[in-house]
Design a protein around this ligand. Structure first.
Ligand code: PMP
Length: 354
């Protein structure tokens, strides 16, 4: 740290992204990317836009907003696009959290929430998940704070029902509820339709997972036009050109090629089912994942040892060191070929360490 670093950030512990190694060609199952390339239409549209990079991108993302509004059945002023969904989540922390509206989220969830809270100097409270990693819905009823819930949750993949989310949203009319649907397309149900019923609901989604555009950095929030306007105030006060023009074009191409996304999600669901069956045969237990990852622990083998041995053999999964998570590994569901290599390698690892 330099002596010039602002005192307000001196205790900030940044988010640690999953490893992106360049040394070895790993079977990379650690950051929940899609194993499938972006839609051909997305690549075509982005390539065309690259020829106009001398111009600023459209700060209002008009073409993308129009395409997305048609896609989701919403008005154009009910959506805001950002540089990945991390950015819309940060905007929500900036716009809707303060001393009167502290942030609230589960103790086990997406690690960036507490970093955004610290970055913005807002108070926050972590509510412990149940022993089985499910959310205790009653903990969120009538608290009227700014609630962040990933649905499905990360790294467990466990999803809440629409009914439970609606209960939480309806019981907190004086608090904004942000439902982070980064993984929703892999098997959970979206609450986007509820934004017309509840003016305190924000739904965030990303193009990074089911839409194969992690490197393009595109996310968005859908909410009442008043909440979107508030987040636009934050956006225009930080970076009006937050989405670059190639990514915007890729986003349009992706939405117009929805069949491709849906086919890929089906393949991931099949590969998730196949992998969990194999894991169960090998003595693993796991949470019921509705996402593109599996959160699994072995009855005897140590979670960290499994992670390190897999890595040695060229398979990368995500391990978390914290007390409640350290027995587990989070395994991104990739292509059938990748999952076959993962299972074969895991067999070797278990033979070595048991
Ligand atoms: N929410 C959750 C739960 C995530 O796991 C991630 C991915 N790390 C994000 C949001 C952000 O993804 P992106 O910024 O790529 O849209």
């Amino acid at each position: 740290m330099s002596r010039f670093f602002s005192s307000k950030y001196k205790n900030l512990i940044p988010y640690t992204p999953g490893e992106q190694p360049k040394d070895t060609q790993y079977v990379k199952l650690n950051t929940n990317e899609s194993p499938f390339p972006p839609s051909a239409k997305a690549v075509e549209y982005a390539t065309e836009k690259a020829k106009k990079l001398q111009l600023y991108s459209d700060p209002e993302c008009r073409e993308l907003v129009k395409t997305a509004a048609d896609y989701f059945g919403i008005e154009k002023d009910e959506i805001l696009f950002t540089n990945g969904s991390d950015e819309i989540l940060n905007f929500a922390f900036m716009a809707f959290c303060d001393n009167e509206h502290p942030a609230v989220f589960p103790d086990i969830t997406y690690g960036f929430y507490s970093v955004f809270a610290d970055l913005n100097g807002v108070p926050y409270e972590k509510i412990p998940l149940n022993e089985d990693f499910t959310v205790n819905v009653e903990d969120y009823i009538g608290i009227n704070k700014t609630i962040f819930l990933a649905n499905p949750n990360a790294p467990t993949g466990i999803a809440l029902s629409v009914t439970d989310i609606e209960r939480i949203v309806a019981s907190n009319p004086d608090g904004v509820v942000i439902i982070d649907e980064a993984y929703v397309d892999f098997g959970a149900e979206s609450v986007v339709p509820l934004i017309h019923k509840y003016s305190n609901l924000i739904v965030t989604q990303t193009f990074s997972k089911s839409r194969s555009l992690a490197g393009g950095r595109l996310g968005f929030g859908i909410a009442s036009k008043e909440l979107i306007a508030d987040m636009n105030t934050v956006k225009y006060s930080t970076n009006p050109y937050n989405v670059n023009s190639m990514t915007m074009a890729a986003g349009v191409g992706t939405l117009l090629d929805d069949e491709y996304m849906k086919e890929n999600c089906l393949k991931i669901a099949e590969n998730r089912q196949w992998t969990t069956e194999k894991l169960a045969e090998m003595g693993f237990t796991f949470t019921e994942s509705k996402a593109n990852f599996i959160f699994a622990k072995h009855s005897e083998a140590d979670g960290k040892k499994i992670y390190l041995k897999l890595k040695e053999k060229g398979v990368l999964v995500r391990h978390f060191d914290s007390a409640r998570l350290c027995d587990y590994n989070r395994i991104t569901v990739g292509s059938k070929e990748q999952m076959q290599v993962f299972i074969d390698t895991l067999k070797e690892v278990l033979e070595e360490i048991l």
